[in-house]
Design a protein around this ligand. Structure first.
Ligand SMILES: [Zn+2]
Length: 269
């Protein structure tokens, strides 16, 4: 997930990016509002196609927040799930002396390894790109070619990635790179929202709700996802010198529903 970075005068951040960062930093939509919404009752369920699946994450934890329940269900069924981690998420705690970026990167890699063990993702099928946190857009072409390589080598039939409209620049760039890679290989792309549950509201006109689909989770898949989420200790608890929690309980609640959500783009939109 990772913080969007603080807008600052000298960063060269455009107005759109500044507005996006502010939307993410503003108080989020409560899960009770989503829970009371009838909108998602109308979404179709979608089935994962046969064959290997490649799941892309901008930061260690995105793949579990957005698609961890489904991934765990797939590995239980003996299916191949590849995970591609674009950055190590070293930018989530700016200014921390206890966890400066290199220490945080190492901690987050270890948390991810633990979480993917919980989900049963084969260690041979984990790919780390090592792009700098908050710099995915600058490396988009590189990310695209690396993802395309994984898609081809794995024989994947489906690529799953953060949503290119999620308002976090790294998530959006990862989503765009995945879309280009999946299109080059000629396979389907599904995108999962992460920050959208925070900044959007039910029936939000900024969200293409008609493209949304549900992936129901069995109770054991949801339980496994929750265990995997507990591995991300740097994200779900405060540090001694950094009180702000990236994924407080109210944020995690959006990702502990008995279903997961993907956008499936079609040519008709
Ligand atoms: Zn992220």
């Amino acid at each position: 997930m990772a913080e969007p970075g603080r807008p600052s005068g000298g960063s060269g951040m455009g107005n759109d990016r500044r507005a996006a960062a502010e939307a993410i930093q503003a108080p989020g939509t409560e899960e009770s509002l989503w829970a009371a919404w009838a909108g998602w009752d109308q979404w179709d369920e979608v089935a994962v196609p046969e064959g290997p699946v490649v799941v892309l994450a901008a930061h260690p934890d995105d793949e579990v927040l957005g698609f961890g329940g489904t991934s765990g269900g797939l590995t239980s069924a003996g299916r191949q799930v590849h995970v591609v981690t674009v950055t190590d998420g070293e930018g989530s705690h700016p200014g921390s002396r206890l966890m400066p970026p290199p220490v945080l990167a190492q901690a987050r890699r270890a948390e991810l390894a633990e979480a993917l063990d919980v989900l049963g993702v084969d260690r041979q099928l984990r790919h780390r790109l090592g792009v700098a946190d908050m710099r995915v857009a600058e490396e988009e072409a590189h990310v695209c070619s690396q993802v395309e390589k994984v898609l081809r080598n794995s024989g994947a039939t489906l690529c799953v990635a953060p949503w290119s409209g999620d308002l976090h620049s790294d998530h959006e760039a990862a989503g765009r790179a995945a879309r280009a890679a999946a299109s080059a290989v000629g396979i389907e792309l599904w995108q999962y929202p992460v920050w959208m549950w925070h900044w959007a509201v039910p029936d939000d006109p900024r969200v293409p709700w008609r493209s949304f689909h549900r992936l129901p989770l069995a109770p054991e898949e949801l339980a496994r996802k929750k265990s995997a989420l507990r591995c991300f200790r740097t994200q779900i608890a405060p540090l001694d010198d950094h009180a702000a929690v990236i994924l407080p309980p109210e944020e995690l609640a959006h990702h502990q529903r008995p279903f997961e959500t993907v956008l499936v783009e079609t040519e008709s939109g």
